[in-house]
Design a binder for this molecule. Structure first.
Ligand code: GAL
Length: 942
């Protein structure tokens, strides 16, 4: 008998422990991101043939379950479709056109572009045999919009909202131990907003596996009371039972601090809910010496909810939360943790330069940090629920949030969206207010608005009593919504008399949900309507609109107003007021679409921020304007500022709070210098210098930690021979990357019609005029027959009982060009037992990797019409009712990407980069005519 050594026993023991550990972790919830490796193709809004024949079957997916047809069918051949990873916004990939939607940034997608309004996504996943007994679901964070999801040919549901998350249970449909097909048809033909919304699966998708008894979706709710230094926590959990377990289980609630230390724990005994029912359980926990969440120190805690059934942990669910109090006071404004906080807010849409709405998570942090650097402490999600990562960034960085639902109303469409938003988001400490609507012009001033607000407000309270409700109101501040809404949301000083409203509704707190709407082009100091340039000096844009300074002074002076939200923090695509085509982005932002600051940012930094600040505008490159008067503005929070031109004093001026200073200066090149004084002491100097011509490219990485980041933002500038940044430069630069991927490029120019993205194009070319001719023998020849006789439409009236020994088929396909750099693949679909394929008379061998794929090279192809012939002995029907394939397949033409390029706009461009998963390092290089090329290490594995 073999004896086992003590070392062997030890190994065996370790093996047992690791088996147990993996079984243990497997038995808990699994949430896997499935953003990678999707196939994509456009369908068509109303041409069913171009929509791959979807929904045309005698039995389709609404007739009988599992009858998803066209791409919704499991067996659909998507080999020729484009490969991509999520998040994906197909709108941003398109060119611009005057015929496209003004509000959506003139991208040739969606409304009016039926061939670019339906997107199909397909992905295969495997589900192991061992998952039997689990509840398996697909979780979508947001798809724009009107999506239908199919799983293994089964229709799971339609989700109209482009902004809410949704989930489908696929447990019953899964192919355990095999391959499963997820198909999503996205219809972005209709707009939900009057701003750019993107198109496609632009947020994350997850595969979730839980036990039948599990924490329900968004099934925790943490509320608290602070008593002295301690927080008394009420942790409510909803447990759902999708199985047959009847009996007892335990709920283990514990709280961890930011370092992962357990600070409170509680166990509850409970009885499992009935099959397909859920129950709610409350646990009380206490956090001693609680560290509060606030804007400066956003301390977070984590509620860990575990379910124990028969001694085994079967679910684990984490809920990050913060300990803080919020309060609105009709006299004194907003209070966070008992201290008054003036809301210095911005409104924002969700798109960014180069990438549209498909933001990698890192970009959420990038944007929130930029807003914080400006001194902003609050963010309004205009006008829809955001992606979960935005709220995560706000929680972690310390940014207060107004979370807003899309459409006002009292029926399921509206209230279900509101419910999903609140249940998903109510544990975020950053959210201090729910908004149930914005500028609903049809109802806001009347009784209908009043009724709807009452319902939505009450409904909100039924799910969360800890936050108040607001609505952004624009048409007069007298009646309707404004008379019943809990927190009055004033949209613009110019839209009514705020003081009068306040005098009428003395107990109603208020804040400026929108203010500003000023127009400015970054780096532009003279308005030029022909060029669609709006100067960046802060001015009153319209008689009924106010400048940022006027707006802020109004709000700053009134303690009863909790603060204001500027329209907007960042420029966004669409709404290019006061212009139209060819302006494609808005002019409202304090920053442009990339996050490069316009000069108003420095006004806000002066009065919203804490650090001493001095900023001179404009730049000092005014060749041709010698001797002409130029308005020089200084933004500062110093007491006094003295301005010098080439060392000559132009006078010292006193700064008024919440103001700026102005000088009129006759231009001469050289150095403009500002010196700032506080309490009579010189504390800051700032210069603007006339530069020489650009010589060098300067690349700057936004991430401090090159090793840990997955996504980096690179700023591109050019400098003169002394290293001074050239503020007027508009050079076109070309970029290349090794070890990573460029996701998008931008420059903040509202009139730029340059491409946002460069990628290889995948075109699907159909085989047309498909004809056949009978052959007398089943032997496959080595050449084609060129005779024109006896061809007839392929498969028409085929008598399957009396087929010829073989058939020759021929069809045509058109190529726009026959460039050598293109890749042309033919994805054959079986129409015979075996086959030979000829292109323009040349016999083509199948590819090594796939016997049903043929690669056609340029030598056998021509621009324009090409002929394909397939010779094949026919397939025989086994059963009378068998439906035989008559589609020979599809030609795929891949055109390689042009090199990435972008012009600088007034000195700046931006590149967003994602590192390759396995790359050791990533290097970006940039070149431009007449400038020295430059490269930068973007990532390095440590
Ligand atoms: C407001 C509206 C915003 C935006 C803005 C532009 O009326 O709420 O979404 O359209 O005007 O000025």
């Amino acid at each position: 008998m073999k004896t086992i050594s003590s070392k062997g026993i030890l190994f065996y023991f370790i093996f047992l422990i690791s088996c147990y550990a993996s079984a243990q972790s497997k038995s808990e919830r699994e949430l896997t991101l499935i953003d990678k490796d999707w196939r994509f193709s456009f369908g068509h809004l109303y041409d069913t043939q171009k929509d791959f024949g979807h929904a045309t079957g005698y039995f389709s997916y609404l007739t009988k379950t599992g009858f998803g047809d066209g791409p919704a069918a499991t067996g659909f051949d998507d080999r020729a479709w484009r490969k991509l990873d999520l998040p994906h916004d197909w709108a941003v990939e398109q060119s611009f056109s005057e015929k496209a939607s003004y509000s959506h940034g003139f991208k040739t997608a969606g409304k009016n572009f039926p061939e670019k309004s339906i997107g199909w996504y397909r992905k295969k996943i495997s589900i192991p045999e061992s998952d039997k007994g689990k509840i398996i679901s697909l979780k979508f964070d947001g798809v724009f919009r009107n999506s239908k999801v199919f799983f293994n040919g089964y229709f799971l549901g339609t989700e109209e909202s482009g902004y809410n998350g949704f989930e489908y249970d696929v447990t019953a449909y899964a192919n355990y131990g095999g391959e499963n097909t997820i198909v999503v048809r996205v219809d972005a033909s209709m707009e939900e907003g009057w701003f750019y919304e993107g198109a496609g699966i632009y947020r994350h998708v997850y595969l979730q596996k839980t036990n039948p008894l599990h924490v329900a979706t968004n099934g925790t709710y943490v509320t608290l009371e602070i008593k002295e230094n301690n927080a008394e926590i009420s942790a409510v959990v909803t447990i759902e039972n999708k199985g047959n377990y009847k009996g007892q289980f335990e709920i283990l609630q514990s709280i961890q601090d930011a370092s992962g230390k357990e600070v409170a724990v509680k166990t509850e005994n409970a009885t499992a809910p009935e099959f397909y029912k859920s129950s709610t359980y409350t646990s009380k926990l206490k956090v001693q010496n609680a560290l509060l969440w606030d804007i400066e120190t956003p301390n977070l805690y984590r509620l860990i909810t575990q379910i124990k059934q028969e001694g085994k942990i079967i679910d684990r669910y984490e809920t990050p939360f913060g300990i803080r109090t919020i309060r609105f006071d009709a006299e004194k404004g907003f209070f966070l943790n008992g201290k008054p906080v003036k809301l210095k807010g911005t409104n924002n849409h969700q798109d960014h330069a180069g990438i549209g709405t498909a933001l990698p998570d890192e970009l959420q942090y990038y944007r929130i940090k930029k807003l914080k650097e400006m001194g902003s402490n609050a963010y309004r999600c205009s006008h829809h629920p955001p992606t979960p990562e935005l709220l995560k960034a706000c929680d972690e960085l310390g940014m207060l949030v107004i979370d807003e639902t899309r459409l006002m109303g009292i029926n399921d469409y509206h209230l279900n969206d509101l419910k999903r938003m609140i249940e998903r988001d109510r544990n975020h400490p950053s959210i201090f207010c729910w908004s149930v609507g914005n500028e609903e012009w049809n109802i806001e001033g009347g009784i209908v608005g009043e009724r709807i607000t009452n319902v939505m407000q009450g409904f909100t309270k039924s799910m969360d009593t800890t936050r108040p409700v607001t609505v952004g109101i624009s048409s007069g501040f007298k009646s309707g919504i404004s008379s019943v809404v809990e927190i009055m949301g004033y949209n613009y000083l110019g839209n009514g008399d705020i003081d009068a409203h306040r005098n009428q509704f003395k107990n109603q707190p208020g804040m400026g949900t929108e203010e500003g709407s000023t127009f400015a082009t970054r780096g532009v100091y003279f308005t030029d309507d022909a060029k669609h340039y709006q100067s960046a000096y802060d001015k009153k844009p319209r008689p009924t609109f106010y400048s940022i300074e006027e707006g802020w002074k109004f709000y700053a002076e009134r303690p009863y107003l909790a603060g204001m939200f500027i329209w907007t923090g960042f420029d966004y695509r669409g709404e290019p007021t006061p212009y139209g085509w060819p302006s494609v982005t808005s002019y409202f932002g304090m920053m442009d679409v990339c996050g490069f600051p316009k000069d108003n940012v420095f006004y806000l930094k002066s009065w919203w921020g804490n650090a001493p600040l001095l900023h001179i505008m404009p730049h000092w490159n005014w060749s041709g304007k010698e001797g002409k008067e130029i308005a020089v503005w200084v933004h500062s929070n110093c007491d006094e500022v003295e301005l010098f031109l080439n060392k000559k004093s132009l006078g010292k001026k006193k700064m008024e709070v919440n103001s700026h200073l102005e000088w009129k200066v006759n231009y001469e090149p050289g150095t403009l210098e500002a010196v700032g004084y506080k309490n009579g002491k010189k504390i800051l100097t700032e210069v603007q210098k006339t530069t020489e011509a650009a010589e060098n490219i300067k690349l700057t990485l936004d991430k401090e930690n090159v090793a840990n980041a997955n996504v980096a933002v690179v700023t591109v500038e050019v400098t003169d021979k002394k290293g001074l940044q050239v503020p007027t430069a508009n050079n076109e630069l070309t970029f290349a990357i090794k070890g990573g991927k460029i996701l998008g490029v931008g420059n903040g120019n509202p009139t730029s019609l340059e491409k946002d993205q460069f990628f290889e194009e995948t075109e699907l070319v159909a085989i047309t005029n498909f004809e056949e001719k009978k052959l007398a023998s089943a032997e496959l020849p080595n050449q084609t027959s060129d005779s024109e006789n006896n061809w007839k439409e392929a498969f028409k009236d085929r008598d399957y009982k009396n087929q010829a020994p073989a058939y020759v088929y021929r069809g045509k396909f058109d190529l726009k060009n026959n460039s050598k750099t293109n890749t042309v693949n033919f994805f054959y679909k079986k129409i015979g037992v075996n086959a030979v394929v000829f292109v323009n008379g040349n016999k083509i061998a199948p590819s090594a990797e796939d016997p049903e794929k043929y690669v056609f090279n340029a030598a056998v192809l021509k621009q324009g019409a090409n002929t394909i012939q397939i010779i094949a002995p026919p397939l025989q029907k086994v059963k009378e009712w068998d439906v035989m394939n008559t589609d020979p397949g599809i030609i795929q033409v891949i055109t390689p990407s042009e090199p990435w390029k972008r012009k600088l706009f007034n000195g700046y461009a931006q590149i967003i980069i994602q590192k390759d998963e396995n790359a050791v390092e990533a290097v970006l290089s940039a070149s431009a005519k007449g400038l020295k090329p430059q490269s930068i290490l973007v990532f390095k594995k440590q």
